[in-house]
Write a protein that binds this ligand. Structure first.
Ligand SMILES: Cc1ncc(COP(=O)(O)O)c(C=O)c1O
Length: 373
């Protein structure tokens, strides 16, 4: 029989009926403790009344065209650039992560007129052809992606750092792009020296340094942005996911204002649904709700989670962004049967609980993982 909905990702047997806080409830009424939160989407937690209410009460325009002015865009942009630890940034509207990353690449090209990018092989930055080309996913189906992409292999950090710096020093690369913590490679934390040396090489050669904060942004790692763990100043930052905690689709590309000037030509970018009015309200309410309170909780509960996991495995990560090597290849399914949602990718499991997770919930989750480990 022809299925009306084409499923490009094999569906997990979980028929979602509702969600609340750190829980997803299925059609049979079974409750699952969610330690994935839509892959770093639900930082604030699902169905928080203050965020939902701000959207329900909204009586502004149902849509505003990108060609008009809209005061709430100004409010959100001001808020967003104020969250950056350094000054001098501006931002562009987007509907999600792929669009935000794609825009980062476009800004780089418009800025230095170079055609090459360097990124981690097999990482993930989105589904557009350029985003797939960066990391080489599905080249057999959608490729060849061409000569524009240099892909770094994960391995010994000293060697990786040297190879990256050498490639950048050749002076023909438009931008280096990476997540500050490699969530999509199973949560790997590069050493501080890696990003510092790459940043220095980028500065010397006018290569742009892009941080993909789509997964790590908005408190996930115990800081507003993951790059803050490294004391580096990015030229461009791509955000989405935790920007609204999933209450509405929204993304943004934050760029050094001097670099962003290269996009000052007519129709340099256009996103029909970028910063839809309802999404703007959800992002503003979400940012306020996360505040410093949930970021502090992330730091504290991240330590609790790591300490508890250390009793039987070797967790790696920052804040509530944790990965570890698994022994049981069926760990994800076994945990789900016991009411806990985690993700396993290859030999690693990843955990991204809500930022307001409690000690009790962490203890409950770790017990389920240990029982099935
Ligand atoms: C690091 C990273 N960048 C980009 C994306 C793409 O975001 P979106 O699915 O909103 O297009 C994702 C999505 O998982 C991501 O994890």
């Amino acid at each position: 029989m022809t299925e009306p909905l084409f499923r490009e990702v094999a569906p997990i047997p979980l028929d979602v009926a509702s969600c609340n806080g750190s829980y997803i409830i299925d059609k049979r009424g079974k409750r699952y403790l969610d330690f994935i939160m839509g892959w770093c989407v639900g930082n604030a937690g699902w169905n928080k009344k203050v965020i939902s209410d701000s959207m329900k009460k909204f009586s502004g325009p149902t849509y505003v065209s990108p060609t008009y002015k809209y005061s709430r865009w100004e409010v959100l942009a001001k808020k967003l650039v104020s969250l950056m630890p350094q000054k001098g940034y501006t931002c562009f509207r987007a509907t999600g992560g792929t669009e935000a990353v794609e825009l980062a690449l476009k800004i780089s090209k418009a800025y230095n007129h170079r055609n090459k990018f360097i990124a981690f092989d097999g990482a993930y930055h989105g589904q557009s052809l350029a985003c797939l080309g960066l990391v080489g996913i599905h080249e057999d189906k959608f490729g060849p992606y061409g000569e524009s992409y240099i892909r770094l292999k994960l391995g010994d950090w000293e060697e990786t750092t040297q190879k990256t710096v050498d490639a950048i020093n050749r002076g023909d690369i438009s931008a280096f792009i990476s997540e500050p913590i490699l969530c999509n490679l199973g949560v790997i934390v590069p050493p501080v020296s890696f990003f510092k040396e790459v940043r220095d090489a980028c500065s010397k050669t006018d290569t742009l340094f892009i941080m993909d904060e789509v997964a790590t942004g908005f408190g996930r790692t115990g800081k507003v942005f993951g790059f803050e763990h490294y004391d580096v100043k990015p030229d461009i930052v791509a955000i989405a996911k935790g920007f609204s905690s999933g209450y509405a689709p929204i993304g943004a590309t934050i760029a050094d204002a001097r670099i962003a000037e290269s996009m000052r030509f007519d129709f340099s970018n256009y996103s029909t649904f970028g910063w839809h009015p309802l999404a703007v309200e959800s992002a503003l309410a979400n940012i306020q709700y996360i505040g410093t309170r949930l970021i502090k909780n992330t730091e504290k509960m991240g330590s609790v989670l790591s300490d508890k996991l250390s009793e039987f495995c070797k967790p790696e990560g920052k804040g509530l962004c944790i990965g570890f090597r698994i022994k049981n290849p069926n760990l994800e399914n076994d945990c789900r049967n016991d009411g806990l949602l985690i993700n396993v990718m290859g030999k690693r499991a990843v955990l991204f609980p809500a930022l307001d997770i409690s000690k009790n919930e962490i203890e409950k989750a770790v017990k389920i993982i240990e029982n099935n480990f």
